[in-house]
Design a protein around this ligand. Sequence first.
Ligand SMILES: [Zn+2]
Length: 402
Amino acid sequence: MSTRLVLLENSSETSLSRLLQTLGAHFEPQASLEEAVCVDTINSNKKSVLIISGQHLNAAGALARTRSVSLAQVFGNFAAVLLCAWDCDTENVRCLAEWIGGKVEVTRFQGDAHCYAVKPLALAKPFSGLEFGPVKAESDFGLTVAGTSCPVETIVSIGELSFFFRVMLPGTQLFVSCSSCIFDVDAEARCNLRAALSFSGLAPLLFFLRDCGISAWQTPLRAANIVMDDPDLKESYGFIDPKTLAQWLDKLDCAVSIGFIPWNFKRTSPSVVELFRSRWPRLSLCVHGCDHVNAEFCGNVSSSRQLIALALDRMERLSRDTGLSYDKVMVFPHGEFSGSAMQALQESSFLAAVNTELIDSQADRGVPAGQLLQPAITSYSGFPLFLRRPAGEPIANFALDL
Ligand SMILES: [Zn+2]
């Protein structure tokens, strides 16, 4: 059975619908609570699920009183409801307690000592089992739920408190995310996402959508690639011994791409070339700048075009001399690039760029945060920019990428 997602929103509330659009989730916006709860489930072959915020909960409480019915009856036509983007005001808490037939107690957080702990549940993958923080004390809170006869399952806790949980009401699963925060897709992002900062405004919604079977963008292949910048193809480079690297590649069944500096096109040795040839494409080459001098790809379109042509010429000579091919993927030296360089790359035969940084250093500008929820950033002349992370970042950041 397919699922119909209804989003209750007033005209002033657009951040949630913008987020759902960015995630590629199909939904029906609904401004009227009365109309939303009149959904006809008997004559429909779809199950309906609903997303509401705190003010709709209060309005539903008033509607229930007017109609002399329970809140469970008001939302009874929905298989699942997500309560999010709410601030746990007194009326919210009263309504929630009435809805689940129990007691609800709110705790606010202070300082940065509190962490999210995600239960090892299928719906919470790939965060399942992770603990990280600090929580966003200004927007997140924790609840203690007691006295209800309905089963309560905590999905994410903060200390002893529930942060994201579901209550199995008869006929309806009520999901509650305890945060007033919603991921703002239009805010300027000047660096890659960090799990602790983005989790409360994003992950509970993603878990809910997945559990309800709402299709959103998903990667068909959950895999990672290690990119190492700078080494040439000689017997040793700094701490890198290519033979040992190749052995670990075989043992761990992983993939490594060397960000090769085109200027080094003559710096090769036959044994290292053979290592690459025998493990291709799990051991591969991509292009790391041209001369690898400071800010070389931070100039205008014309200087970038010349550098790109020279880099490609050198890589072609490497290919001719060694028989090794390379990926037409650019990793910028020191992570620095300009929007003009991206435009020049778009005109060239390069396929994409991979970078840790995302700032256009010429314009000193980031990208809309919603771009980071897409497979690649495309706001630079449409040339795909894939972000990578330093290996030492918290594991939860990598979970966010999956
Ligand atoms: Zn480098």
